[in-house]
Design a protein around this ligand. Structure first.
Ligand code: G4P
Length: 284
């Protein structure tokens, strides 16, 4: 799914998120564990104002576990509760209700003291496209509710999905837009597949990805493509991968587009193992 984010769409999406936030006790902010900062929306704090927030690092199965731990610590140090989850398998899901209850204990105690009848916690999931909102909603609902490809701008009556006895979830997520202004953020979003390859130049994305792998995960890059060594000149890496994998045009010229498609496909399908493309240290 691609959404072209024009200012009008952003304004509308923002309004819709704010409307949803009014109805709930707690926000589940879904981010991609492989890019926990770049997959956040810069205006999310403003939109959720002072509602409690639990950050869910989704697709943790695809991320580097040691980096995920660093990110959890980073968010917690900044005063946000954060947990890793995998919405496809359901791993980490049980904690969502338990932590929400803990976070809302005071509010619900006060309601009880005032004689308000106990009710389930109300929550909404917010996040950028492709971060896994629909997958998570369907998992929590234990059936298919949200349509993948849910678009901003389509309004329908809000409905609550019961998640056990203690949680109610809005059936449509709040859709946020990614940060486009920063080139590095765009390259990370493209590398992980959060935005379509056509938005940025395919070879530019791959140059970024190969440089990143050369610096951070050189052994995995070497093993995957049978490289003797990692060169500073990224063109040599392109050439070697092209030769090894037969991405060659007539006349023996390396087909850089084919190399790019291959490398990105393999990164996204975890052929190079679980990867995280940014560290909290870059943001501190
Ligand atoms: P969205 O509503 O936020 O736009 O995202 P959506 O749920 O559609 O998820 C986007 C893609 O991410 C889907 O893959 C989905 O299966 C995958 N996904 C979601 N959560 C997780 C997770 O925790 N781990 C992993 N590994 N993948 C996850 P897709 O290729 O677009 O579709 P499909 O392969 O499921 O058909």
């Amino acid at each position: 799914m691609t959404i072209q984010w024009f200012p009008g769409h952003m304004a509308k999406a923002k309004r819709q998120v704010i409307e949803k936030i009014k109805l709930i006790d707690i926000v589940f902010e879904l981010v991609d564990a492989r890019i926990p900062a770049s997959s956040r929306n810069p205006m999310v704090d403003e939109m959720i104002s002072n509602k409690p927030r639990l950050i869910l690092l989704n697709k943790a199965d695809m991320a580097d576990p040691s980096k995920t731990k660093e990110w959890i610590d980073y968010f917690q140090q900044r005063g946000d509760r954060a947990i890793p989850i995998d919405s496809q398998s359901g791993k980490g899901m049980k904690q969502i209700v338990a932590i929400s209850k803990e976070m809302l204990q005071d509010k619900f105690d006060k309601m009880r003291q005032k004689g308000v009848k106990p009710r389930p916690i109300r929550a909404v999931i917010v996040g950028i496209p492709n971060v896994g909102k629909s997958t998570l909603i369907n998992r929590l609902a234990k059936k298919k509710i949200a349509q993948t490809g849910d678009r901003p701008g389509i309004t329908k009556a809000q409905q609550w999905i019961k998640v056990g006895k203690e949680l109610e979830l809005l059936d449509t997520p709040g859709i946020l837009w990614p940060k486009f202004e920063d080139e590095a953020v765009g390259l990370k979003l493209a590398t992980t597949g959060a935005i379509k390859d056509t938005i940025l130049n395919l070879q530019d994305i791959t140059v970024y990805a190969l440089r990143f792998l050369s610096n951070q995960y050189p052994d995995r890059l070497k093993d995957r493509y049978n490289l003797q060594e990692i060169h500073d000149d990224i063109v040599i890496t392109f050439d070697e991968i092209g030769k090894r994998r037969g991405c060659i045009m007539a006349g023996g010229i390396i087909d850089y587009d084919k190399v790019s498609e291959l490398v990105l496909r393999e990164i996204r399908s975890e052929k190079l193992g679980p990867l995280t493309f940014e560290s909290p240290a870059e943001y501190e």
